[in-house]
Design a binder for this molecule. Sequence first.
Ligand code: ADP
Ligand code: ZN
Length: 604
Amino acid sequence: MPAMSNDPRQILEETFGYRSFRGPQEAVIRALIAGEDALVLMPTGGGKSLCYQVPALAREGTGIVISPLIALMQDQVSALRELGVRAGFLNSTLAAQEVFATERALREGRIDLLYVAPERLLQQRTLELLHESRIALFAIDEAHCVSQWGHDFRADYLALDILQREFPGVPRIALTATADMRTREEIVTRLGLQDAKQFIVGFDRPNIRYRIRQKERPKQQLLAFLREEQAGNAGIVYCLSRAKVDETASWLQGEGFHALPYHAGMDKDERARNQSRFLREESVVMVATIAFGMGIDKPDVRFVAHLDLPKSIEAYYQETGRAGRDGEPATALLLYGFEDVVKLRQMALQSEGNETFKRHEQQRLTAMLGLCEITSCRRQALLRYFGDTLDTPCGNCDNCLDPPEEWDGSEAARMALSCVYRTGQRFGANHVIDVLRGASNDRIQSFDHHHLSTFGIGRDIPAEQWRSVFRQLVARGLLDVDPEGYGGLRLGAASRPVLRGDESVWLRRDRKAAPVRAIGKREQSVQVDAVDQPLWEALRACRKRLADAQNVPPYVIFHDATLRAMLAERPLNARELRAVSGVGDSKLERYGEAFLAVLRDEAL
Ligand code: ADP
Ligand code: ZN
């Protein structure tokens, strides 16, 4: 559909079926339409795509979208075509015939949006093609790929400053969800965006509920979470090792879940197949290492569960950020325990790299552990870490919804530290706890530890609570883990004032090993009411049928939010259906009748 109008609001309404812009979208779009450059920093799910799609439709010519995520291009283009937008892509997966057809369409001005991989764009042939065509704008997606310090660095991105020189006067927009200041500055200098207008949105993801629990019986905890709260939902379960991924996936399959494994050790085809099933089928639980995720823009991932502790807050935030791109409620669950703390402390000590690097790793881990142990709002702590502020507690994290108790652990901490000292700073927590509790076993006898002054001084505290104390002491750096990897504990640099009694230590009281309790579930539920269930299922089935017929993921037909709006508004004719958010002209024409038939059936 050639843009009939160049009014952004009208395009939003007619093509995308949305009522209003979000955040700075409209300002970004108007800047580009006026020919200015822009830098957009928005969290995942913030709505970055519209920032270049709408102006590409409003301006004359084709919007060129540069993206490193080749695997996504087909789905992105399918989604746009469903909206009646003339979209195409150029990358190495296309056959020569398709390339020619797309190139011709571009020259003849029959494409609104063209997705191109950076290496493709930089080829002489492509640059010539672009010079022969009319270009509305350049959108540089995943712009943080220019950063040589980041994980996603792509050398080809460095050469993208050519656009400014070869196509002066064509507006450029760079987009990223990456938070930090240094990356932002690199984007500006490397892409020559000094004059670009900057649009920076905070990094909060208000629809994600953060929950961090002690790992007790992790499988049971995960099972309860999946069954009681996430039944039928798609999500990701992250594990640290490949072996654990395989094991967890097959265990979940045995429990009746549609679970699939994903890690870098798998055969490439099988990995690709599992990824595609995650996108195309509903209710898939992807069990994966962190190899899974880059560029997964499935909007309806309802949960991300971590069975192992991430190494840093950056990693945690990025991984949990894959939940709830559609803005609907989503949950991030992290289970962690004493072993995680010890293991990661050791990994950071043993990691390759110089002392500065190791110290840095330890600090990042300490920050992550701090997030696990805090008793105040998790979101406030997360945002503070990224230099953002949230003035009041969020009301949508476990600590806000169900405030944990604290207890004065000063004396317990002193006992623990001095017992570590008296036993020679080389034993693991289990043995030190045995000594504190006055246990009688061979080990204690053979080391003569029953004659120590700290023997039995902690018998009033149950072993489980001692483990909690030790975990928190290691988390805070009051105890250090030995670098050799045997789990031996030593006094940390900060332990002196505590030992001397000059500093008090408040500890978090762990909850009993109940299954992961759904807190404040009602106001957050994405589950539909029981009475609506049959219609909901019928709408989803209709969507799946249409999606399969075209070999696209279901969300390309309609997002969950749109189906949910249908459920609430019960449209019975085309005019009413068109009024539902997410239903634009093109989709009304293509799918209106199919969905109206389902809705009318239900109304009988
Ligand atoms: P990002 O690329 O920033 O992660 P997307 O562009 O994929 O985010 O948008 C996230 C979701 O929000 C998509 O489902 C998109 O359709 C929806 N969306 C974006 N802008 C609006 C809007 N103005 N009104 C309603 N939904 C929107
Ligand atoms: Zn909170």
